[in-house]
Design a binder for this molecule. Sequence first.
Ligand SMILES: [Zn+2]
Length: 93
Amino acid sequence: MKQIGTVRAIPHPGDKVQNMDNTVMTWVHALLFRCRQCSGPLTLQVTSDERNVEQIDGALHQLICDCGWEGTFLGVQALRHWVAPWGDLGTWG
Ligand SMILES: [Zn+2]
């Protein structure tokens, strides 16, 4: 996949939520934004213990576009917000 722009997420400290089998399920939230300067696509990937989109939607995310624009979006401002199961990060790689 082609990397578009450089994005970094502001960490979201929070308590680990455990499933009934005591493993921490990780979810990947992928958000698509439109750059406010060049209207190009900006993507953001955030891992979370929460499948629920509300925590990500309610948080501010800092993004940097190839055009030089840098700023923040609320998650809820994303054009699209996908969530995918990612398993336990500790057992991957
Ligand atoms: Zn831009």
